[in-house]
Design a protein around this ligand. Structure first.
Ligand code: EPZ
Length: 450
């Protein structure tokens, strides 16, 4: 089935920032069993969709996850005039022949920060774009200054007025040395998406080492770009005159894989997680290893066996998030949840985002003993046997984690804000039901997100 709509330049429709509010009803305490397949990676697919505007030819993406963030970017691209066709098998065709509406509104940016990924490719191909500042979100301020600095280094002129970046370049962008003060994933990717069509050579350092960046490099090279990782943290790009269409299979979602591994560890039971790339999970598997969570990897399958509630505990450890290949900040809530099942005191140090520990407050509702020492440090004392509770989901990863606490707690829990989880986890309810969990969702009243 296709959900194509014809490209409609200058037909931008105002869609207010409202999300259909949903809650999960969870009957927890049932150990998991069975097998679950990981979907395509959200944080790879979104950047690839943005890359589609670099050419007038069709870009075919396979293994695109069925999640809300993908729908939001699809709508934004359609508003720009990009034809987007999506098939039920996860294939998406994007054709950016006639992009004339070079404006990314606040409404798109407010729904999803990744809409800022359109800055680099629109500027590179069309020489101008007006794009809203995505602002902050529930995990901290999250500025975009490094993206903007990278575009300026490539020769763009950028003014900031009334919440919008007005970016333009006279003629082609020019290759440049881009030196970031610290690693930035989307900053690296935005710079790449601009530099592929620039005149001359660009060198990005330190370039993010996340596997999603390498998957994007593979796609860009398939489109005719010349991008190479010349050292672990250096990416070099020889600009080309034009890019063409290509077909690319999106890599598996390592964060989703880690979330299911966490589910087995905290809910108990034994599951296999298929179609993963084990090399991408290194930092997280080390945490499982240190804590004594039983797991094994065979080919592209990860098996995890966890201790049911009240039946034993894991080893307490200290964890610190870090850029790849360290422990991913997106798996900090997962790893933190497993720590509640450990005997003794564990510490969490969040080094990437300034305010990503607030979710631990919601975990207290389920009986966890948590102290937030400052915005980057927390202490967890365990082991906890979870009790059913009601909680509000503040953001995507924290939300998935609170859902796991509810699935582990015997009895009925209610989790408000389930739509945040749908932003990044494809068919999550079906996947958990397939593993023997009991959960349903109900609609709540519609309201603007905080
Ligand atoms: C990406 O965000 C991911 N998002 C995040 O996943 C992930 O948590 C993060 O990388 C780190 O791995 C997508 O890929 C869509 P950064 P990104 O730039 O690129 C600061 C999820 O749940 N910074 O690497 O925006 C920033 O505030 C999401 O899927 C600046 O100061 O993260 C942070 O402290 C959440 N100025 C640090 O750099 C800038 O211009 C690293 O952030 C840009 C970033």
């Amino acid at each position: 089935m296709s959900d194509q709509s014809a490209p409609k330049p200058f037909s931008w429709e105002y869609r207010p920032t409202v999300l259909a509010k949903e809650a999960f009803h969870i009957a927890g305490g049932r150990p998991l069993s069975g097998s679950v397949r990981v979907s395509g990676a959200k944080n790879a697919a979104l950047k690839m969709m943005a890359a589609s505007v670099l050419t007038g030819e069709t870009l075919r993406l396979e293994n695109v996850p069925e999640i809300l963030d993908i729908e939001v970017l699809r709508d934004t691209l359609r508003d720009l005039g990009v034809a987007v066709e999506r098939e039920s098998d996860g294939t998406m065709d994007l054709t950016a022949g006639d992009v004339e509406w070079l404006f990314v509104p606040l409404e798109a940016a407010a729904k999803m920060r990744a809409s800022f990924m359109l800055l680099g490719p629109l500027l590179a191909r069309f020489g101008r774009v007006i794009i809203s500042n995505p602002g902050g979100d529930r995990i901290g301020r999250r500025p975009v200054n490094l993206h903007v600095d990278a575009m300026r280094a490539l020769g763009a002129e950028i003014d900031y007025r009334d919440g919008y970046y007005f970016a333009k370049s006279s003629g082609r962008l020019r290759g440049a040395e881009i030196t970031f003060p610290h690693v930035t994933v989307m900053g690296t990717e935005n710079a790449m998406l601009a530099a592929v069509l620039a005149k001359g050579t660009t060198r990005i350092q330190p370039a993010a080492r996340e596997p999603e960046v390498d998957d994007l490099i593979t796609l860009l090279n398939a489109m005719g770009a010349q991008v190479q990782r010349t050292a672990p943290d250096v990416i070099e790009i020889q600009g080309v005159d034009a890019l063409h269409g290509a077909t690319h299979h999106v890599m598996p979602d390592r964060i989703e894989a880690g979330t299911f591994a966490t589910a087995a560890a905290v809910i108990g039971g034994s599951i296999e997680i298929t179609e993963i790339e084990p090399a991408h999970l290194g930092g997280f598997l080390q945490v499982l290893e240190r804590m004594g969570v039983e797991h094994s990897v065979t080919g592209n399958t990860l098996r995890v066996s966890g201790l049911p509630q009240g039946e034993g505990s894991y080893k307490a450890v200290d964890i610190t998030t870090a850029p790849y290949p360290g422990l991913a900040t997106d798996l900090q809530p997962s790893a933190g949840l497993i720590l509640t099942r450990a005997s003794g005191v564990s510490n969490i140090h969040e080094t990437i985002f300034e305010d990503r520990l607030e979710w631990l407050v919601g975990l207290r509702n389920f009986g966890a003993q948590v102290e937030i020492l400052d915005p980057r440090h927390a202490r967890i004392s365990g082991p906890t046997t979870f009790t059913a509770a009601e909680a509000d989901i503040p953001d995507l990863r924290a939300g998935a984690t609170l859902m796991l606490a509810a699935l582990a707690a015997p009895g009925e829990s209610r989790i408000h804000g389930a739509h945040h989880v749908r932003r990044g986890y494809a068919t999550i309810e079906e996947k958990f039901r397939g593993l023997g969990a009991e959960l349903t969702h109900v609609s709540e009243e519609e309201k603007s997100p905080a």
